[in-house]
Design a binder for this molecule. Structure first.
Ligand code: ZN
Length: 380
């Protein structure tokens, strides 16, 4: 069984290699210099990074939410606003695994892949480093929090390496041995208290336990699925905003700074099912989290905030009467927002980036070098 699996993988790998040889090419992408001459807020003194990912969140998701809820969004107040092209190496329309991998590692890969190269899916030779690992190397504290299951494609891309997003056990094992300080999300039924404690984590399952975590502790949370919305949150389960506030409080504890990835997963989930009310509620909760993060960054003065999405979901269109409608139940190839506070080195106003350029620019803004986080990437 094992040897036939290995043969299949060898064949698949060589197929990928042929694909790369035929269509792929490697490029160096940019010089990490500011190109618009605008003054950086902090003269390059970025110590902390908060990277927010609204899964499935396109430009029209923001417009639809404002329109239907009659609200303004904190996301609209960001100084640097551009967009990202989200395709994967294998498909014009990406999934959250390849999308998350590009946003985490600076590498495009095939749909379904978590932090692995397309031509080496099992990591036989190597796998790309994710930005969480990079930050850990320099002594920064790190966290990955989500309203999805902890092993979901987006959080997994920032904390694991696996040939397939469905390898829940492998991904969980990787996460537990990753050295990350905070991994919080909904339970996947795989990670146990024993596994977490063996790897030096405090295992938590409720809001009260989360709030009781002391400074300097490492924690692994398996909450219920209720954590996506404020209304469903209670003493038992925190929402995204509450998780973000506590995570920042725990991570903001060293001179080396911290890296925190925050995912709002339900913008995507409720876009797949075209549920207007639920999607806009999930987006509003995500924006409340953005507001909290932005307030922290403004007060702190050394924190970079980057917001983007892995892809658009639902192909929302603008109607003639000023309303917005879903037109499909799947991901689309539409570009997604990239919003930045704290540095002019990530994106210029109106600039269109490839998704994989975002973590590379974050890394260079933090002072990491090309040797530590290479910008040689495969492109289709
Ligand atoms: Zn999706």
């Amino acid at each position: 069984m094992l040897s036939s699996l290995a043969t299949i993988w060898t064949e698949i790998t060589s197929l990928f290699m042929s694909f790369i040889l035929l269509f792929g090419t490697t490029v160096g992408i940019f010089s990490p210099e500011s190109t618009n001459g605008a003054e950086s807020y902090f003269d390059g003194n970025i110590k902390n990074v908060i990277y927010l990912i609204g899964d499935g969140m396109g430009f029209n998701h923001l417009k639809k939410t404002k329109n239907e809820r009659d609200i303004t969004l904190t996301m609209d107040t960001f100084d640097f606003k551009g967009s990202s092209m989200t395709r994967s190496l294998s498909n014009a329309v990406t999934d959250s695994a390849a999308g998350g991998t590009a946003l985490a590692t600076g590498e495009r890969t095939y749909n379904g892949a978590i932090g692995v190269y397309m031509n080496d899916p099992l990591g036989a030779f190597s796998h790309p480093k994710n930005i969480t690992e990079l930050c850990m190397e320099s002594g920064m504290m790190t966290g990955v929090i989500t309203t999805d299951e902890t092993s979901g494609a987006t959080p997994a891309s920032f904390s694991a390496h696996s040939s397939d997003r469905g390898n829940t056990e492998d991904i969980t094992e990787d996460q537990l041995s990753s050295g990350i300080d905070i991994i919080w999300g909904a339970s996947n039924g795989v990670a146990t208290r024993g596994d977490a404690e063996e790897n030096g984590f405090t295992y938590i399952t409720s809001y009260i336990q989360m709030m009781a975590l002391p400074e300097g502790s490492r924690s692994f949370a398996q909450f219920t699925n209720a954590l996506w919305t404020l209304e469903q949150s209670d003493e038992r389960t925190p929402n995204l905003e509450q998780m973000a506030e506590k995570a920042i409080d725990l991570l903001d504890d060293t001179d080396e700074g911290f890296f925190l990835m925050i995912e709002g997963a339900h913008i995507d989930k409720h876009s797949h099912s075209n549920e207007d009310e639920m999607m806009t509620e999930a987006l509003q909760e995500f924006d409340r989290t953005v507001e909290l993060v932005l307030e922290y960054a403004k007060a702190d003065g050394e924190t970079l905030v980057v917001i983007t999405a892995d892809h658009e979901t639902g192909a929302i269109i603008a109607n003639d009467d000023g309303t917005y409608s879903f037109t499909q139940g799947s991901h689309s190839a539409a570009n997604v927002p990239v919003l930045v506070y704290g540095s002019d080195k990530i994106i210029n106003d109106g600039e269109i980036l490839n998704n994989y350029e975002i973590p590379i620019r974050i890394a260079y803004t933090l002072g990491f070098t090309e040797e530590q986080f290479p910008y040689e990437v495969m492109v289709a």
